[in-house]
Ligand binder design. Structure first.
Ligand code: GLN
Length: 449
C-alpha cells in the first residue's frame, strides 16, 4: 500500500531522493516469513520507514541532498539503521532534506524542493527533514527518521501536522549520521502519532560504543506510561516564547492546546527563560563554526565528488568545493570559518559558548519550577515555496523556538495542535523536558493527543 501510494503522490510531493522498492519488497517478505514462523522481534517488524538521506545506508547512495555526495555509497550502516534492520523494519527510501541539513524549508536540496502535502502543494514542508515529514504526512511511509540540529525534526513535523521528537543530546547514537554541528546533531522519529514515536525511539535509543557522545543511560520502556495523563504535572509556559510579530493563529492554537492540558489536570506555571532572545544568534555562530570544521573533509579525495582539475592539488580542492556545495552551505562555511579565525574567536565563538551556558542555565532554573515546558514550535505556519529563499535571516527566524532547546541539549517534541483557517495549514505545540526525560515528553504528548 505504501509503495502504491508513492507511485500515486511522489511525483507531486517529491519527499524522496531515492526510493528502494525492491529492497522494501524483499524486507517485507522476510518480515512476513518471520511472522509465519512466530519470530516476532519488535513492533517495527514489517513496518515501512523513510530515512533522511544523511543517514549512512550500506550499499545505498547517501547524498545529504548535496552534489558533493551525489554518488557516495557508504560502506557501512549508521547505528540507527543497523538497529532498524535488526528490528525487522522495511526501508522505503532515502528522504529529501536541505543540503547537509542546513535550512528550514527543504528548498536547499541540490535535487528538488519537497512540497508540503497540505494546502495547494505550494507551501514548504519545513526543514531540514522536510522529506521525512512529508513522506509521513502523505502516507508514503508509516514513520520516518530525521535529524535535528536546531529544529530540523520539530519544525517540519509542525508544518506538516505529524509528530516529531528530538531526543536528548546523547540519547541516540550519531554513528553514521553525516555530521553538521556535532555538539547539537541528534537523530529522532517523525511519526503519525505519539505512540509510534515511542516505538521508533525505543528501537534506536541507547548507548553505542561507536559514538563517544552517546550516554550510557538506561532506556525506559517508552510505551509504558503513555496513558498516565498529566494530572499532577506542573507544566511551564515560557513568556519569552510568545513574541510580538508571531502569527496570531499560531499563538491562538498553541494557547488553546495549553488550556486543554490544563483542563486535563495539569498545573500551569508562568516561566521566564530570560536569554531566549540570544538563542538564534548563538546557534548560528556555533552551528556554522562546527559545520565549517566538519565540512573540511569534502576535499575531492576522501568522499564523493572530484572535479576534473587542470592544475595542482590546491586548485582541485577549490574547484571541487566550488562545484560541490550549494550557496547556503558555502555561506555557512564562510561564516563559521570567520567566527573561528584568530582574532575573532574570542569575540564570536567563545562568546557564543558562554551564552550557550546561560541558555542552558535558564532551562535548569525552569525545571526546578516545573516538570516540562510548553511552547510554539515556530512563529508561523508553513510559508510558500520561494518566499524566504532570498532572505537567509528570515529563514533563520523559523528556528527561534527550537534552537534554544537544541543548545541546551534537551528532548522536545512537536505535536499537532491546530490548523490555520486558510488552506488548513498545521500548527505544532512543542513539549520540552529535562535531559533524558523523553518519557515525560511522550506522556504529555499522549495526553494531549
Ligand atoms: N534550520 C536550522 C539550520 O538551518 C536547523 C537545521 C537543523 O536542525 N538541521 O541550521
Amino acid at each position: 500500500a505504501v509503495l502504491a501510494r508513492c507511485d500515486a503522490v511522489e511525483p507531486q510531493v517529491r519527499a524522496y531522493i531515492s526510493l528502494t522498492p525492491d529492497l522494501a519488497r524483499e524486507q517485507a517478505a522476510a518480515a512476513d516469513a518471520a511472522f509465519a514462523r512466530g519470530d516476532i522481534r519488535s513492533p517495527l517488524q514489517g513496518i515501512p520507514l523513510a530515512l533522511k538521506d544523511n543517514l549512512c545506508t550500506q550499499g545505498i547512495v547517501t547524498t545529504c541532498a548535496s552534489h558533493m555526495l551525489e554518488s557516495f555509497v557508504p560502506p557501512y550502516d549508521a547505528t540507527v539503521i543497523q538497529r532498524l534492520r535488526e528490528a525487522g523494519a522495511v526501508m522505503v527510501g532515502k528522504a529529501n532534506m536541505d543540503e547537509f541539513a542546513m535550512g528550514s524549508s527543504t528548498e536547499n536540496s541540490y535535487f528538488v524542493p519537497t512540497r508540503n502535502p497540505w494546502g495547494d502543494l505550494e507551501y514548504v514542508p519545513g526543514g531540514s527533514s522536510g522529506g521525512s515529514a512529508a513522506a509521513v504526512a502523505a502516507d508514503m511511509c508509516i514513520a520516518a527518521l530525521g535529524s535535528d540540529t536546531g529544529g530540523s525534526i520539530r519544525l517540519p513535523a509542525a508544518m506538516t501536522g505529524v509528530v516529531g521528537l528530538k531526543p536528548t543530546y546523547g540519547r541516540v547514537s550519531r554513528f553514521g549520521l553525516v555530521a553538521f554541528a556535532s555538539s547539537l546533531d541528534q537523530i529522532g522519529p517523525l511519526t503519525k502519532d505519539v505512540r509510534d514515536a515511542a516505538m521508533v525511539l525505543q528501537a534506536i535509543a541507547g548507548h553505542d560504543p561507536c559514538d563517544s557522545t552517546s550516554g550510557d543511560v538506561p532506556v525506559p520502556d517508552y510505551s509504558q506510561g503513555l496513558e498516565r495523563g498529566v494530572r499532577g504535572l506542573k507544566l511551564g509556559v515560557p513568556r519569552e516564547y510568545f513574541v510580538e510579530g508571531m502569527d496570531p493563529e499560531v499563538e491562538a492554537s498553541v494557547r488553546t492546546g495549553i488550556a486543554t492540558l490544563k483542563s486535563l489536570g495539569a498545573e500551569l506555571v508562568d516561566i521566564s527563560l530570560p536569554h531566549t532572545r540570544y538563542a538564534v544568534a548563538t546557534y548560528y555562530v556555533l552551528a556554522n563554526a562546527e559545520a565549517s570544521s566538519n565540512l573540511a573533509r569534502y576535499d575531492g579525495v576522501r568522499y564523493g565528488l572530484r572535479t576534473a582539475a587542470d592544475g595542482d592539488l590546491l586548485s582541485m580542492y577549490k574547484q571541487t568545493r566550488a562545484e560541490g556545495f550549494g550557496p547556503e552551505v558555502k555561506r555557512r562555511i564562510m561564516l563559521g570559518t570567520y567566527a573561528l579565525s584568530s582574532g575573532y574567536y574570542d569575540a564570536y565563538y567563545k562568546k557564543a559558548q558562554q551564552v550557550r551556558t546561560l541558555l542552558r542555565q535558564d532551562f535548569q532554573q525552569a525545571f526546578t519550577e516545573c516538570d516540562a515546558l510548553l511552547s510554539p514550535v515556530a512563529p508561523t505556519p508553513a510559508f510558500r515555496l520561494g518566499e524566504r529563499l532570498d532572505d537567509p535571516l528570515q529563514m533563520y527566524l523559523a528556528d527561534i523556538f527550537t534552537a534554544p532547546v537544541s543548545l541546551a541539549g534537551l528532548p522536545a517534541m512537536s505535536v499537532p495542535c491546530g490548523y490555520t483557517q486558510q488552506d488548513s495549514l498545521p500548527i505544532g505545540l512543542q513539549i520540552i523536558a529535562p535531559p533524558f526525560q523523553e518519557d515525560v515528553v511522550l506522556q504529555v504528548g499522549a495526553a494531549f493527543e
